[in-house]
Design a protein around this ligand. Structure first.
Ligand code: G3P
Length: 206
């Protein structure tokens, strides 16, 4: 099924009590949200939830770390990794993916180019997400602006399901992604910053 992943980032509209309201607004089939670590416990009772990141350490003396075990215990089903706003060196990313697997968390690993897609494919994540940095937070969707990139990334991803994100904001963007063979989209500002997020998602999903 085509996945719609809503990244809450650290937006005020998606933090604390607002995260809970937004999670309720996002409650539709096949919608997953990526919540801040401190909100996973509450949000995951409402909707399937991924962490936005985990650190490359297991339990132990790691002050301030967000561990795979802690997000799993809080209710996360998976974790986003290597987002453009939280890039990881490849060896660190590898450790994080392995820790996620150890704690049975699904992984969405982000990449910025088709070369990076080919590289992270070797880590065997559950999903790869292509997000061109320059389009993140804007009004021009990756599906409109970079159809060639999507085709290249599909080839590079091989059998790993590919998602795309950056600037996705319309029903047409979702249709284009589907038609191109992608298995889902990541969306943030178009929903999180919308005054009526549920209405916006309904419009995107209908
Ligand atoms: O992870 C999704 C995100 O980076 C895309 O952001 O605001 O362009 O939908 P936005």
């Amino acid at each position: 099924m085509f996945k719609v992943v809503i990244n809450f980032k650290a937006y005020k509209e998606a933090t604390g009590n607002n995260a809970v309201s937004l999670a309720k607004a996002c409650k539709f089939n096949n919608v997953i949200v990526c919540a801040q670590a401190s909100d996973i416990n509450k949000v995951s009772k409402i909707i399937p939830t991924f962490a936005q990141h985990i650190d490359p350490v297991d339990e132990g003396a790691y002050t301030g770390a967000i561990t795979a075990k802690s997000v799993k215990n809080a209710g996360a089903r998976g974790t986003l990794l290597n987002h453009s706003e939280h890039r990881l060196p490849f060896e660190v990313l590898k450790l994080c993916v392995n820790l996620a697997k150890r704690y049975k968390l699904e992984t969405i690993v982000c990449a910025r180019t088709s070369r990076e897609v080919a590289k992270v494919r070797g880590l065997n994540p559950n999903y790869i997400a292509i997000e061109p940095t320059e389009l993140i937070g804007g009004k021009i969707s990756v599906t409109q602006a970079k159809p060639g990139l999507l085709i290249d990334c599909l080839k590079s991803a091989g059998r790993i399901p590919l998602l795309c994100g950056a600037g996705v904001h319309s029903r047409e963007d979702l249709e284009t992604a589907k038609k191109s063979g992608l298995k889902g989209v990541l969306i943030s500002s178009a929903v999180v910053k919308n005054e009526t997020p549920r209405k916006k998602l309904m419009e995107l999903l209908k």
